[in-house]
Design a binder for this molecule. Sequence first.
Ligand SMILES: [Zn+2]
Length: 396
Amino acid sequence: MDITVRQGDSLWYYSQLFSLPLPLLVDANRHVTPDRLSVGMRISIPGYTISAYHVGAGDSLWMIANRLGIPLDQLFLVNQQLDPNNLQMGQRLLLPQRVTAKVIQGARPYWSASLQNDLRVLTEVYPFIRREVIGASVMGKPIEEIRIGYGPKKIHFNGSFHAHEWITTPVLVEFINEYALALTNQTAIRGLNMQALYEEVELSIVPLVNPDGVDLVINGPPAEEPYRSNVIELNDGATSFAGWKANIRGVDLNNQYPARWEIEAERKPRSPAPRDFPGYQPLSEPEAIAMAELTEARDFWRVLAFHTQGEVIFWGYQGLEPPEAEGIVNEFARVSGYEPIRYVDSYAGYKDWFIQEWQRPGFTVELGRGTNPLPLSQYPAIYQNALGIMLAALYM
Ligand SMILES: [Zn+2]
């Protein structure tokens, strides 16, 4: 919620009044200089929403505050036009309300539009979360990055490189919500102090790398030509796109990176297909390019690309992975029960390229087990395993 600054107010005072860590208030209001608030400025209070209340017979502001357990000055702050000595029955008051539950529902499919909607909800309730468009898909849909924190340790997660692995997107969105909720309420997750992590880490998340592909798997072929005719033809006329892995042009985005790409080009499909075609050249697709440019710009210390399925974690590439990657993957395995796999006969993936270019820890995490797309019935178990891995990625 937003409030209007009064004479004498400060961010420090708001942090006391709302029991919020000061760094969250500062980060939710980067448009102002923290010690220079002036009367009439609008300030965001993260983790709070406003609800309405109608004054009852005999109500006073003090009684309402007492009954609802709201500090009296919170009521004064959000009802500045009000004359507290002259409340009228039926009069509408605003009540600040601390958000104590998740504002989004994790176990659901996300396509590009529903994702944008929930990211808007999350950044409204938690304005210290930053949201940035880092590129556009073939069909012009935004590819978005979420960032949380300003710490020196830069960690990146992404999901849905592969269209029919869309269950990785709600996992990341729910984690954003759980993290923000723990921060504003100063609660731990699995015993971990999240405020300490927040100050140490800048977390970058691209929850949906392949919006056109995921929209195709979930909602069927687009109305727009030439995409519609093209995907129907590539799909051999089949009406279900449940097995589609590629982007809308039939290029496998996780086979697009210049890390021994030629090997994949040699043995994989030579033309667009629902899966595995690495493109006519590396980094030909806008989604793959957007991820490459982001990675070049951000100086990530480590990256985790979430895929499904198999309950394994790939962590090596050509011996270029640094020694600490082994300790990290062993911790991932400990918290999830997933099996670490160092080398596999596969190239041109995002994590391969990351390890090759930076010699820093990069991981492909294969969530769940079964046939893609994995059913939502697996979601709760998948989320718990992924949560352990994500937390370990932040604290290790
Ligand atoms: Zn995959």
